[in-house]
Design a protein around this ligand. Sequence first.
Ligand code: 5GP
Length: 191
Amino acid sequence: MKLLKQAIMEKGKVLSEDVLKVDAFLNHQIDPELMKQIGKEYAKRFKESGITKILTIESSGIPPAIMAGLELGVPVVFARKRKSLTLVDDLLTAKVHSFTKKETNEISVSKEYLKEEDTVLILDDFLANGQAVRGLMEIVKQASGALAGVGIVIEKGFQAGGDLLREQGVRVESLAIIQSLVNNQITFREE
Ligand code: 5GP
């Protein structure tokens, strides 16, 4: 997606050979216009998939997921990373090891909001080793829902997550795939 790649080139900061910081438009400050276009792009790619619900993970997955939900006309559910006082009963849970924070969280979603009859689109901001997506897939499985696919804003193609998921037959739609961050240079995978 051209607009997204432009934003990455102009505003992204390479923190190391495997971490990209995009606090200027996605992970801290949020660019609503870009989020709107991202929502439209997901809707275009998944409009024939019979999606009934979008599942993401707090917090950075939420802005693009809301915009996609608006375009597709479906609700957005976000998995919580911390225990909530009001979210205690009837939970679907999975363990997720965070690539950036180097800690394992139990993520949870109320059974009320994800059901057997749902066809789910999983969305997230980044895809690295695929832990977050796998945790969300586990939650869809526990709900006995159907997985339509996975939408990612920025995939780091030099890490294994995306290709492993595709090898397993999961439809992964990444709006930008980074090939390398070596030498402070951002290069994209050819599409
Ligand atoms: P994975 O679970 O696929 O290993 O990592 C994906 C998760 O880690 C995303 O939800 C995202 O929050 C975070 N993440 C992974 N790599 C990066 C990165 O290079 N930059 C940022 N900002 N977040 C990342």
